[in-house]
Design a protein around this ligand. Structure first.
Ligand SMILES: [Zn+2]
Ligand SMILES: [Zn+2]
Ligand SMILES: [Zn+2]
Ligand SMILES: [Zn+2]
Ligand SMILES: [Zn+2]
Ligand SMILES: [Zn+2]
Length: 1833
């Protein structure tokens, strides 16, 4: 009797097995739903519990599920199936996963992924947006990126091995209200029902087993099977289909019927064919038209396959397949049943994904748990191959196709080795490797079957497999461990199927498992414990040997070939390349955690070492180079990446392996013995006994020898003395390395020029990023040779290897050597090599791995920093350190940090001076930096010592070689022994002689340094004053003396002289010299030398001099400090356009940028200028309370308002929706002019730009859209005397004043500001150019119409108005910009105005005067009276009122200044009174109309003491307020609640002052422009009263925003005096008349046009953004919900108005917001300057780096997880560019900088972004200077 459970199970099995024929083989569209329903039905105990999961499903639908017969077409439910129906009542549960389980969420495209440096074990440990909890990572280096979608991994949250600390997953916080419990408490949960659990588990098991059974039979697609079938066994395909029929016994009595009369021809996707090939094949295989074929090709690309033909006749399809297949595409013929079964499997997989991600979290957690359990256990019975073993598919093929052999998987890769005693002189070949035919102890779990069979699946299910299985398997540590173990068991087979049988290798899951599972220490540990090292290394070595290597006859073994480079059959190579990548990753994972788990010993064990060496042999001497002869190479194979891809990885592997030291020295000795055996196995031909015969310039040489590197590291770590006796014939070992060193030297001296640039990349890699593991190792083993071999023999071998032995033994002259005229260069390299053989003893110091790293990085940093200052990333790029932190601490110690100073540069490091003395100009570490060489280091050192030694001449400094001496004197002696051989002394002599004979100094400095080192080394070993005999017997000193008496470079002579001095201590040397030069000569020489030595007296004098120099230096320092402080302020001011003023400083007069001629009165001359619309003229809003408050806030407390909901960034000024009203005209825009300061002749402009509307300044690359004329000033300077600005009012009434059209003003201005010569221009021809010039300007600058007419006069009036208002706006712009400096800006605003602006204002005033006098001379004065009257007094009711009211009182005053004959003093008084009237009225209106505005405007903690005296009783203020409230303007006098409150008046007074502040500051700037003496160029001499304004303000005012000093300097009454004047003599005083007319006539008349608008008196700038960049990153995690539909993750922030928008909105936004718009793109830390709606040729969004910088002063890039903070300086700078219109200049300078010329840009965006990536635009000169200076301190 069967149990109820098994009856239920049988029904499910029957359902699955019979499904294909029950739905008639054809009804594919039904499969998905039918499978889902069937599985849900089974999993809920035949739907018993189904409504617990889907409470809202209809009873009708439930009833249809009564039994599995619902699959009958009549029983199908019409509506949306229950599992898909949108269920509005059961809201989706918030995403969560259980505590203690991994999240495993696999990332969808564009989903945020988080990574934390501090918390994660490595950079593969990532978190999903739901799990990421910002609180866990306070202050951490978190990086976020958007997932790319495919194969991008899963969330590791909850995986204890992924994170160093326990994280508080955000999904597990506050789960109290999660969906499980809150809706429908009656809901039953699976946890409470055992029968339900059983049903679920059984369902998953049966589904998986069915899936595996189907897969097991589905072999048609495998290459082995395809080849077999194509190879004359076509009929066998049919058999394969039949034998895969499932047994009814196993499937509960169900019957699996094959479809014998319906066959499909299926075309499969692969990674190797393209669309066209697929289309062609489809057309060949069927009679389909082109369109249909294309469609099918598309389908294949999407889902991985397509049925291209069908037939009831199997044979017919065979024939068609034969026609179509030659193109190489994979086609199979399958029965309809087989095809349908695969669809069923796919649906099963989809169902599994669904239930393991079910929104009922309890249910899904059970599903996950069961899935993991079932996958890790074996099915019963085990699977058997369905194929007949006798059919003739060999074992190798079965293995490579992942097929079963009987019920076993095979293993044909060596994975275990036999240990043989190395003392028996075995070499590696004799070890052999044992191959086991089956995989050792394979579990045969379901998972393993799936992994082995994955290549049989089509694209979609393969992807799903990854998503469905991996997350559940790694969700708890136990199953993760089992998963990993099972993966390793099968690894050889997986790698081999990937390489040989996978046609969609990108989808192979092996890679994902490697990355996600195989990276944790526990998994790796288990590999060592189970002795599985060979299982990981063996298959890779085997794979490379079989598929990616070439036998090399000379070398004697296979060497790796990079198949990516091979030109033939790239598509076939792809899976192999992929497999090699997987293999490399696997072995890297293996050693990566070695240090943590101290399993290092394992690698030295013989049976593992064999695998390692076998593998390394493949890279030993790989990628050899051969020197080309004859023609220059034509096509270069660009293989520069090969080192990064392979060499570095292989060498790193070696390093990591050796770095983990073991204490078992005997084991190490055995290992070394084996390594030496392997190395000695290399065939090397001999020229003479022990002299190897080889020509680097003719034969193959490689840079890479990992086994040598391994040996070198072992010798270094374990002490050379332990191994010396093991070397017998070391020449074989070190000769290979000498070749590489010589090769590098030959390439570097340009001897391989014919090979093209590729070889330089190799040589460069060898001494830079491979240096530590290649070059330094090679030198070390050469040094080892000196210890074990005869030094003279080694020397001769070296000479031969350098191809200089023939020259040395006098067989050939230097010109007859291989090098010919390059001899001198190669000799220099050789000298350098010899020097380091004994000078550098770092490898003998017994460093631990850590110390070695530290020493290396120190040396490399010192030598890199000794030259140019370097940025952090540049250093990081050169450094061999893995860990950024190590570099950080090293830099802190050795370098001085210099902050970035511009918008695009980066922070730089310079060597601390004290470390200079540790440098040697011939160090081995020198090569790593391209910039520094012997000369540059020598120079730095000479400078340093010259200063240190009391300012002696630099050339007198003798640089001592820095020789290392170590404790082991034996090594000290033996390393340098070769230098004391006769052979070597002779070598030195020959080189000296050659140099003298040819008067060639090229290698002499190095050679002398070498001799110096030899003498020191000798003294150290043989005692002081000892001189090696050979250096006496061979007359080296003679040659040195010749050099001393030659006219070679001073430094050479000094050094030679110094060496002669040392040598002459020996009498024999002196005798030799006498023999050679004659007695008298030597006596003379000695005498000269003695004289050079100082007498005592001289010494005292020198010391005195030194003291004096010291004092002078101190003094100079103070002076410099003073100067630099002084510069700081003016430098900050002069930043309108970067760097421009530097150029100006040397250029006192304007010179034309084209012809270089100075400006003269004879010819029109102009400044290049930009006329643009600035959106900076903010008003005090009426509806934005925060902004109103801020307008009156202290200047040092201007923090922008931050959004309540975001708490991240400011809301900005409301450009978009601000309410326009009678209190706020909303006019933020105004035309302004900015210049770069460079000028040119009108004539030259015409010549070069041909009247183009855009000009690029050839000096500074700024783009301009016009230029404004500037005039030679009168000889005494352009200025107006103060008296001329101060005369009493001419008009007595305000209205009379307005309509005055002056007759004298322009003439006066012209006289005072412009050279008299211009005045005499009168004829038409003389003025022609000026007129053209001016008219062009007016054409550009006509923005608005101020008249109604269209006559010449109207035009003239308009032009003058526009010009004047642009001038006024420009003054306002200058004033507003200085507010950025906050409180400081209040005091020193005049000083903050850049010289260029001063020049600009002067020129504009000149131009305005000139225009009125000379250009419009017919229309001005009385001529324009009508227009003037009409404008000021016309009937405004009908007209466009806007144009009749100017924006702001300042503009009005400036217009009147040029229009009338009234004095400046009168006009500024008029404006002062008028604005007071406006302010008072506006404030009162605000208080009375808007609740709370009084508090916003006046509620500040200021007390009465800070008011200016005389105002404190507020009598006049009260009087004026009374007047206003009683006036007609307020129809019915309202009552002020605060009338009697003294505090109210106090605060009102302060508010008035604040509002008056901008106007008065603008007055000051304009008046300063009028009165400053200007003689051209950049010199402006300001009046005393303005010069002392700053200090007066500092000393006299209590509040920085007080207007007291301003009124004083402007010669105006103080505010209280003014109010007194108005109220005391109301109706009679001039002031009161103005007040009255404004109040009674103007206010109501201009109310609609916004006369009551108040100018914004606070700081105007970009919005506030958070200091800490990670705030942006966290922002995503707080708003994202994985279960909700995705939204556009990429947003931009407008830095003007704070609007957050998607990319789509950008265009629209920039057209309504500020132009140019500055947008921040948080995720990439980039700014975009949107100039699309602005000036002509600039028409893009230009990217510049955002001001979030790392602590190294570099722009934080998205690929780095470094912390970054807002650089305030940079951000403020950006605000400044927004205010002073420098953004155009920034963009255009970036665009045109490199061009340097005046072309209009075409697609230069790339160039621009390249520039800032480098981070080093034109800062070279400054840096050089800074560098020099630091040595002088
Ligand atoms: Zn997660
Ligand atoms: Zn989590
Ligand atoms: Zn963290
Ligand atoms: Zn010129
Ligand atoms: Zn310029
Ligand atoms: Zn905006």
């Amino acid at each position: 009797m069967k149990s109820q459970q098994s009856v239920l199970e049988d029904s499910l099995k029957k359902f699955l097995i019979e499904l294909p024929w029950r739905i008639g083989y054809k009804n594919f569209s039904l499969i998905h739903d039918v499978v889902f329903k069937g599985l849900y039905h089974a999993a809920t105990l035949e739907s018993l519990y189904l409504t617990e999961l889907y409470p809202h499903m209809s009873l009708e639908e439930l009833a249809l599920l009564e039994n599995y017969l619902f699959i009958h077409p009549d029983n199908l439910f019409e509506g949306e199936p229950f599992y898909r129906a949108k269920d509005s009542t059961t809201s989706q549960t918030r995403y969560y996963h259980e505590k203690g389980h991994a999240c495993g969420h696999s990332f969808e495209k564009s989903e945020p992924v988080y990574q934390c440096d501090q918390c994660g074990y490595d950079n593969t440990c990532v978190l999903c947006v739901q799990c990421y909890n910002p609180d866990d990572h306070e202050g951490h280096d978190v990086r976020m990126y958007f997932s790319s979608g495919s194969n991008s991994g899963i969330c590791d949250c909850g995986d204890v091995e992924a994170f160093k600390v326990a994280l508080n997953c955000r999904t597990q916080i506050s789960t109290d209200d999660d969906g499980d419990n809150n809706n429908g408490s009656a809901k039953k949960q699976i946890a409470e029902y055992e029968d339900w659990q059983l049903a679920l588990k059984a369902t998953i098991r049966i589904a998986l087993d069915y899936f595996l059974d189907v897969l097991n039979g589905s072999v048609q697609k495998l290459p082995a099977m395809r080849n077999f079938v194509n190879d004359g066994h076509e009929e066998y395909g049919r058999t394969v289909s039949d034998i895969s029929t499932l047994s009814s016994e196993k499937y509960g009595g169900g019957i699996d019927k094959n479809s014998h009369d319906l066959w499909y021809l299926v075309l499969w996707n692969d990674e190797h064919h393209d669309y066209t090939q697929a289309t062609r094949t489809i057309r060949a295989a069927s009679d389909r038209g082109h369109e249909k074929a294309k469609q099918l090709a598309n389908t294949i690309d999407q889902i991985g396959y397509a049925v291209v033909n069908e037939s009831s006749n199997y044979g017919k399809l065979v024939a068609q397949k034969a026609i179509a297949e030659p193109d190489g595409l994979v086609m199979t013929i399958v029965s309809a049943r087989d095809f349908m079964r695969e669809q069923i499997c796919r649906s099963i997989l989809e169902w599994i994904v669904e239930v393991t991600h079910h929104k009922n979290a309890t249910f899904s957690n059970y599903a996950k748990k069961y899935l993991a359990e079932l996958l890790l256990e074996s099915p019963t019975p085990k699977l058997r191959s369905t194929l007949n073993t006798g059919m003739g598919i060999g074992k190798k093929l079965l293995y490579r196709n992942g097929m079963l052999y009987g019920d076993k998987f095979l293993n044909l890769t060596p994975t275990t080795a036999e240990v043989v005693d190395p003392s028996l002189n075995n070499t590696i070949k004799k070890y052999g490797s044992v191959i086991r035919e089956d995989l050792n102890n394979l579990t045969y779990s379901r998972l393993q079957y799936f992994l082995a069979f994955q290549i049989r699946l089509s694209k979609k299910p393969r992807k799903l497999l990854n998503k469905a299985f991996i997350p559940v398997l790694i969700s708890d540590p136990i199953s993760k461990q089992m998963f990993c173990d099972q993966f390793v068991e099968l690894y050889p087979l997986l790698l081999s199927t990937l390489a040989y049988s996978d046609i969609e290798e990108e989808l192979n899951v092996t890679w994902d498992i490697l990355i996600q599972v195989f990276t944790c220490p526990k998994s790796v540990l288990s590999i060592y414990k189970k002795n599985n090292v060979g299982v990981i290394i063996g298959p890779l070595a085997e794979l490379i040997k079989n598929a990616s290597s070439k036998w090399d006859f000379d070398i004697g073994h296979d060497i790796f070939i990079n198949r990516e480079q091979s030109m033939k059959k790239p598509q076939v190579d792809k899976p192999i390349i992929r497999a090699i990548k997987v293999g490399l990753q696997a072995i890297e994972n293996l050693v990566d955690k070695l240090l943590d788990i101290s399993m290092s010993k394992a690698f030295f064990e013989q049976h593992n070492l064999v695998f390692t060496l076998n593998y390394l042999l493949l890279f030993q001497e790989y990628w050899p180079l051969v020197r080309k002869w004859g023609e220059h190479v034509e096509i270069e194979v660009f293989d520069a990446n090969v080192h990064a891809h392979y060499s570095l990885r292989v060498l790193r592997f070696v390093q990591q392996l050796v770095d983990s030291k073991t204490d078992d020295i005997e084991l190490v000795k055995k290992a070394v013995s084996l390594i030496i055996d392997v190395l000695n196995d290399r065939n090397v031909p001999y020229l003479a006994p022990e002299i190897v015969e080889f020509k680097v310039s003719k034969e193959k040489v490689s840079f890479i020898h990992p086994i040598h590197s391994m040996l070198s590291l072992i010798l270094e770590y374990y002490g050379i003395q332990n191994f010396i006796s093991m070397f017998h014939k070391i020449s074989k070992i070190y000769d290979i390395l000498l070749r590489s060193i010589v090769l590098m030297s030959q390439i570097k001296v340009g001897f391989w020029i014919r090979n093209g640039t590729t070889v330089s990349y190799h040589a460069e890699a060898y001494v830079s990023y491979l240096k530590d593991l290649a070059y330094l190792r090679d030198v070390h083993l050469c040094q080892t040779a000196l210890l074990v071999d005869n030094p003279a023999v080694v020397f001769l071998n070296i000479m031969e290897r350098w191809e200089l032995l023939d020259w040395y033994v006098n067989k050939k002259s230097y010109l007859e050597t291989t090098y010919e005229d390059k001899f001198f260069y190669i000799a220099e390299k050789l000298v350098h090599f010899f020097y380091n053989l004994f000078a550098n003893k770092d490898c003998f110091k017994g460093f631990s791995p850590k110390e070695r790293q530290a020493n290396l990085s120190k040396k490399m940093i010192l030598y890199t920093l000794a030259g140019d200052p370097q940025s952090f990333s540049r250093l990081k790029h050169i450094m061999p350190l893995d860990d950024g932190d190590d570099l950080d601490s090293a830099l802190l110690e050795y370098g001085d940090y210099h902050e970035p100073t511009g918008l695009t540069d980066s922070g730089k490091y310079l060597l601390k001076t004290k470390y200079l003395k540790e440098l040697d100009p011939m160090s081995l570490y020198l090569d790593c930096t391209r910039h520094n060489d012997f000369d540059s280091i020598s120079e730095s050192l000479r400078k340093y010592y010259a200063t240190k030694q009391g300012g002696i001449k630099e050339e007198k400094v003798i640089l001592e070689p820095r020789l290392d001496f170590i404790e082991d004197s034996d090594i000290n002696t033996r390393l340098g022994a070769f230098t004391r051989t006769k052979e070597f002394a002779k070598f030195i002599y020959k080189l000296l002689q050659l140099s003298i004979d040819n008067s060639n100094e090229s290698y002499l400095p190095q050679l002398l340094h070498l001799i110096h080192a030899i003498l020191i080394d000798d003294e150290n070993i043989n005692g002081k004053d000892h001189i090696c005999e050979h250096y006496i017997s061979i007359p080296i000193c003679d040659l040195l003396l010749i050099i001393v008496e030659s006219n070679m470079a001073r430094t050479i002579i000094e050094k030679a002289d110094y060496l002669v001095g040392i040598l002459m201590k020996c009498n024999e040397v002196v005798e030799n010299l006498v023999d050679c030069f004659g007695e008298t000569h030597i006596v003379e020489y000695k005498k000269r030398k003695l004289e050079a030595m100082e007498t005592n007296q001289e010494k005292r004098k020198r010391i005195a001099e030194q003291k004096k120099a010291k004092i002078m230096k101190k003094f100079a320092k103070q002076q410099q400090k003073f100067l630099s402080n002084a510069n700081a302020t003016s430098a900050a001011a002069d930043t309108a356009t970067e760097g421009v003023d530097d150029e100006n400083e040397t250029d006192n007069d304007h010179h034309c940028v084209f012809c270089s001629e100075p400006q003269s009165t004879g010819e029109p001359f102009g400044l290049m200028a930009t006329i643009s619309t600035a959106s900076i003229f903010w008003k005090v809003p009426t509806d934005d309370n925060d902004r109103i408050r801020l307008a009156f806030e202290d200047f040092d407390n201007q923090n922008d308002i931050v959004r309540e909901d975001q708490q991240l960034f400011g809301i900005g000024y409301n450009y978009l929706n601000g309410a326009k009203s009678y209190l706020n005209n909303q006019k933020v825009k105004g035309e302004v002019i900015s210049i770069c300061g460079h000028g040119l002749h009108y004539k030259c402009y015409i010549d070069h730009f041909n009247r183009s509307s855009f000009i690029v300044c050839p000096l500074c690359s700024c783009l301009h859209n016009f230029f404004i004329p500037t005039f030679v000033p009168p000889p005494r300077g352009a200025m107006i005397l103060e008296e001329e600005l101060n005369y009493p009012p001419i008009a007595t009434r305000y209205n009379e004043l307005l309509v005055d059209s002056g007759t004298l003003k322009s003439g006066k201005l012209m006289y005072n500001m412009i050279h008299g010569k211009y005045d005499s221009l009168s004829s038409r021809s003389e003025l022609k150019d000026y007129k053209n010039f001016s008219h062009a300007f007016f054409k550009k600058a006509t923005f608005r119409s101020y008249t109604r007419g269209n006559s010449q006069r109207d035009k003239a009036f308009n032009n003058l108005m526009n010009m004047t208002i642009t001038l006024a706006n420009t003054v306002r712009m200058a004033e507003i910009t200085t507010r950025l400096e906050e409180e400081e800006g209040l005091y020193s605003f005049l000083d903050l105005i850049p010289t260029t602006t001063k020049t600009l204002l002067k020129s504009l005033i000149q131009f305005r005067a000139f225009a009125a006098e000379k250009i419009f001379d017919n229309e001005t004065s009385e001529g324009l009276l009508f227009q003037i009257q009409d404008f000021w007094d016309g009937d405004v009711v009908d007209a466009d009122v806007d144009d009749y009211h100017l924006d702001g009182v300042f503009n009005e005053v400036i217009v009147l200044f040029f229009q009338t004959d009234e004095s400046w003093h009168t006009l500024k008084l008029v404006g002062y009174v008028k604005y007071l009237t406006i302010i008072l009225t506006a404030l009162l209106r605000r208080f009375l109309s808007f609740r709370g505005q009084y508090e916003l405007i006046c509620d500040h903690n200021k007390d009465m003491d800070t008011l200016d005296s005389g105002s404190r009783d507020f009598t006049s203020l009260r009087y004026l307020v009374r007047l206003i409230l009683d006036s007609d303007y307020f129809q019915e006098a309202p009552r002020l609640a605060h009338y009697d409150d003294n505090e109210f008046w106090n605060r009102l007074y302060l508010a008035i002052e604040r509002l008056m502040l901008p106007l008065l500051r603008q007055y000051v700037i304009f008046e300063d422009s009028l009165t400053t003496v200007y003689r051209g160029g950049s010199e402006h001499e300001r009046l005393d009263k303005f010069s002392s304004l700053k200090s007066n303000m500092y000393s006299s005012t209590v509040r920085p925003d007080s207007i007291m000093e301003l009124t004083k300097v402007l010669d105006l009454s103080t505010l209280s005096e003014l109010m007194d004047k108005i109220s005391n003599n109301y109706d009679t005083s001039f002031e009161s008349k103005i007040f009255k007319v404004v109040l009674e006539a103007k206010l109501s008349r201009y109310e609609a046009s916004g006369i009551l608008t108040l100018e914004y008196p606070g700081v105007i700038r970009l919005i506030d953004i958070p200091k800490d960049y990670s705030k942006w990153i966290n922002m995503y995690s707080e708003t994202w919900n994985l279960l909700e539909t995705k939204r556009d993750p990429e947003f931009y922030i407008c830095l003007h108005c704070g609007h957050k928008m998607s990319q789509k909105e950008l265009v629209k936004h920039s057209s309504v917001c500020v132009v140019p718009c500055v947008l921040f793109f948080p995720i990439q830390n980039t700014l975009f300057i949107d100039v699309r709606n602005s000036m002509g040729p600039l028409s893009e969004c230009y990217a510049i780096p955002a001001p979030y910088l790392t602590k190294h002063g570099e722009v934080k890039s998205n690929s780095l997880s470094e912390k970054a903070y807002l650089n305030d300086y940079r951000y403020k700078y950006l605000s400044k560019l927004f205010l002073n219109q420098g953004l155009y200049a920034l963009v255009s300078r970036g665009l045109f900088h490199m061009r340097g010329n005046n072309q209009v840009p075409v697609d230069l965006v790339d160039e621009f972004s390249d520039n800032w990536d480098e981070g080093s635009i034109d800062d070279d000169n400054d840096d050089d200077e800074a560098y020099v200076n630091q040595f002088l301190q």
